[in-house]
Ligand binder design. Structure first.
Ligand SMILES: Cc1cc2nc3c(=O)[nH]c(=O)nc-3n(C[C@H](O)[C@H](O)[C@H](O)COP(=O)(O)OP(=O)(O)OC[C@H]3O[C@@H](n4cnc5c(N)ncnc54)[C@H](O)[C@@H]3O)c2cc1C
Length: 439
């Protein structure tokens, strides 16, 4: 048997796996459905590519098996990412722990990877959408079938699936990798869009679209707080956005999906779905606190002090200087007040209501934007179904890397770190296994 490795998907994880396997003696072919490698990388980090983070741990990710993830990250962590990129010519820099290319250009990250793919002798087959993978009975070779290219069928000793998930399908990751995994008997943790904007029921949000402000955002499900985040909130015509909202979006989407008993359709057999039985539809509320640093007592004092200012001011004048003007006007309206009415004669309960809205403004979440807008796809092939070397427990010789697995990280370079880490381990082991297994 030879030492051939076929890699499906030329994104971050696939390129890392290809370089690693080729450096270890594998004869590597990298298949990419697009006309070029790494299209998604170009849009990462707003074109600057946040490629890792100095603070790294399993707690920065969601997965069914944090213990396995911790072990993977221990084998290829942030320092390894920095030295790998340095070794292929990319200087990196830290901005408060967030790692970027020193030139702040995502294109440079892609370029050095492409150069190294070439230098390592990897055969790159672009415009080749892999549609099926089969395991031959006799030679135990994997046959990779696809559309495009000069040849529609290739055989390999080992295959690495690095097709990504469903996020940003325009960049090529359309979920077809899950189908390929399914053909090999693997299951799927149901997927939802993550690191994505949330949509709200409240139509009046149009009035405050464009406002950006610091806040603490809590997610409540059936009246119980299930998660909270802090950071710059962005209000949009249809809902809420910004990093803290992105961080909460996967939790919200899973709650909504389970409550609605959403089935995960899968092109192949043997896949799990949201097993919510007769679970009732779940309501998700977001409660926003615009004064997260102010204690309850301090806020009461602030209220008492401010009430002394009522004097000759209108309601609008009375609240000026507390919050963004657009928000203040909205809260005045929601409390049943008119901006022009005299604050001194206004109903005190209504004035108090405005103060309360500043601390706990409740919005009702009806969903999120689609995978088109999501940065990452939560769910995927469960880690239970792979070994500590990222090899399939069901089909020896088949490996997984990147977002196709049930691992998704927070904003901050964690998803690319996972792509580098898992690409390295899968590439290393796919090539090492030739020696280990005497092939
Ligand atoms: C707008 C945006 C910004 C982001 N910013 C950051 C950031 O700054 N930092 C960070 O850590 N993460 C960021 N991410 C997330 C990060 O880009 C991904 O988690 C990461 O790229 C996943 O790598 P991957 O190789 O597993 O999958 P992908 O990058 O999705 O690559 C998969 C590749 O496989 C190919 N493919 C799929 N199916 C097939 C098939 N059947 N046959 C052949 N080829 C196939 C696709 O065309 C694609 O090129 C961002 C994502 C988006 C969308």
């Amino acid at each position: 048997m030879g030492n051939t490795v076929g890699i499906v998907g030329g994104g971050a994880a696939g390129m890392m796996a290809a370089i690693t396997a080729a450096r270890r003696g594998g004869k590597v072919t990298l298949f990419e459905g697009n006309d070029r490698l790494g299209k998604k990388l170009l849009s990462t980090g707003n074109g600057k590519c946040n490629l890792g983070n100095e603070r790294l741990g399993a707690a920065d990710y969601y997965t069914g098996r944090p213990d396995m993830l911790e072990a993977f990250l221990g084998r290829f962590g942030t320092a390894d990412t920095v030295s790998f990129f340095r070794s292929i010519g990319l200087m990196t820099k830290s901005r408060g722990g967030y790692l970027y290319p020193a030139c702040e250009q995502a294109a440079a990250v892609l370029d050095v990877l492409r150069y190294e793919v070439k230098a390592a002798g990897v055969e790159v087959v672009t415009d080749f959408k892999v549609e099926a993978i089969r395991r031959g009975r006799r030679a135990r070779l994997f046959q990779v079938h696809g559309k495009g290219g000069v040849c529609w069928e290739h055989s390999f000793d080992r295959v690495i699936l690095a097709c990504g998930g469903k996020a940003a399908p325009k960049t090529g990751s359309d979920g077809s990798g899950y189908g390929l995994a399914g053909q090999m008997g693997h299951s799927l943790v149901p997927t939802v869009p993550a690191l994505v904007q949330l949509r709200c029921r409240e139509e009046y949000l149009k009035a405050v679209a464009g406002v950006r402000t610091e806040a603490q955002i809590s997610v409540y499900c059936q009246g119980k707080r299930v998660a909270k985040e802090r950071g710059e909130l962005q209000l949009t015509e249809y809902g809420i956005s910004g990093i803290p909202v992105f961080q909460l979006s996967r939790t919200v989407n899973y709650i909504l999906a389970e409550g609605r008993n959403v089935l995960e359709s899968h092109p192949s057999a043997g896949h799990r779905h949201f097993d919510s039985g007769n679970a009732p539809k779940k309501d998700v509320e977001i409660v926003i606190d615009f004064f997260p640093d102010v204690t309850g007592e301090e806020f009461k004092t602030l209220y008492r002090e401010r009430m002394l200012l009522r004097g000759q001011r209108t309601v609008e004048e009375f609240f000026t200087g507390m919050l963004h003007k657009k928000l203040m006007l909205l809260f005045i309206k929601l409390a049943g007040l008119r901006p022009g009415e005299a604050a001194g004669q206004a109903d005190e309960r209504k004035l108090k209501r405005v103060f309360e809205l500043c601390r706990s403004w409740t919005l009702h979440i009806i969903g999120s934007n689609s995978y088109d807008s999501a940065q990452v796809c939560a769910g995927g092939v469960p880690l239970e179904e792979v070994t500590g070397e990222l090899e399939s427990k069901l089909v020896p010789g088949l490996y997984f890397a990147g977002e196709i697995l049930d691992v998704d990280g927070r904003c901050g370079g964690y998803n690319l770190q996972w792509a580098w880490c898992s690409g390295f381990i899968a590439g290393c082991q796919a090539a090492a296994s030739f020696a280990d297994k005497g092939n």
